[in-house]
Design a protein around this ligand. Structure first.
Ligand code: UDP
Length: 297
């Protein structure tokens, strides 16, 4: 039985519509900043908007979602003796001074910037997970997720892969923030979910934190050019100002996941983009002008 909990701040019912008919699937509209009383064996806590545009829209609520949300879900795990997974993030490394980033790196995070509500919220959630583990013996599984993309992303998600694809499909200019020399490493969603399940099923001693991401690193300019090529678009590439504290480089060191879980991503960027482009192509045709790919609203 799977119980899906969402407040729909960034999620959409359309993404789970195909599961609603299933007898062992249940859906609750709920915000994790409030306690939840249900009976469960395993919890996957992915709650929190993850796109800068969405998490900066109401930064106080973002910190509350990570911190109060973690307290509520850890409380639920404690009462039900459930195993609990936390979706942490590569943002715990901030603008990293070490490259690629291993789990042992403590990060370089601005505590008072525009990204801090997300970064520090997720860092505090990790602290809570490890304290509940040490103090109350909870079985915890902490994954640090690097940039992930794939079908069912929101067209207005605001992150780079969906923005570029939607822009290219509509013939609108692709918006590179800054000069496009900053790098990211993009993991296809199916690879990431395999990693979640392998971590959840691993021995209790494997608490993490463990990096999950695809180590193939690309500049944002390379990504823009690849998307233009793959969509056959005639869009031009334009530049916009680089947002505050935008990390310059990001690539996971996945040695721990490879050796302890036997996990590694299998889908290349070109293969993953092909499936994602097909999804957005279908969505843009269906929704036409309402699909702008420029962020909130
Ligand atoms: N970015 C961009 N154009 C966009 C959206 C994002 O150039 O339309 C850049 C952004 O400045 C960052 C990178 O792409 O350097 C990844 O941004 P995203 O918001 O996807 O995720 P982040 O890793 O920054 O959380």
């Amino acid at each position: 039985m799977v119980l899906c909990v969402d407040n729909y701040f960034t999620g959409s019912r359309m993404n789970i519509e195909h599961l609603l008919r299933h007898d062992r699937f249940e859906l609750i509209r709920h915000d994790v900043t409030f306690p939840l009383f249900v009976e469960v064996d395993e919890i996957y806590n992915l709650a929190c908007p993850a796109s800068p545009i969405h998490y900066q829209y109401d930064p106080v609520q973002t910190t509350k979602t990570s911190v109060h949300g973690a307290i509520n879900m850890l409380g639920l795990a404690k009462r039900t003796k459930a195993k609990i997974f936390q979706a942490s993030t590569s943002e715990v490394y901030g603008n990293p001074t070490l490259h690629p980033q291993p789990e042992s790196y403590w990060g370089n995070v601005n505590p008072i910037g525009q990204r801090s509500c997300y970064d520090e919220g997720k860092r505090c959630a990790e602290t809570l997970f490890f304290d509940y583990h040490r103090q109350h013996g909870l079985r915890i599984k902490v994954a640090r997720i690097f940039n992930t993309y794939g079908p069912r992303m929101h067209p207005n998600d605001g992150r780079v892969v969906s923005n570029f694809i939607v822009q290219a499909l509509r013939g609108a200019p692709l918006t590179i923030y800054g000069d496009g020399s900053q790098t990211r490493s993009f993991c296809y969603v199916d690879d990431l979910i395999d990693g979640f399940i392998q971590l959840m099923d691993s021995p209790d001693s494997m608490t993490g934190p463990v990096n999950l991401g695809n180590p193939a690193e690309y500049t944002i300019r390379e990504l823009a050019e690849l998307v233009v090529r793959m969509t056959g678009s005639r869009s031009e590439i334009i530049h916009k100002p680089l947002p505050m504290d935008d990390p310059e480089r990001r690539r996971p060191d996945i040695t721990l996941a490879a050796t302890q879980l036997g996990w590694k991503p299998r889908v290349s960027l070109a293969q993953g983009l092909e499936k994602t482009v097909a999804y957005f192509d279908w969505l843009v045709q269906k929704h036409g002008d309402t699909c702008t790919g420029t962020g909130l609203g």
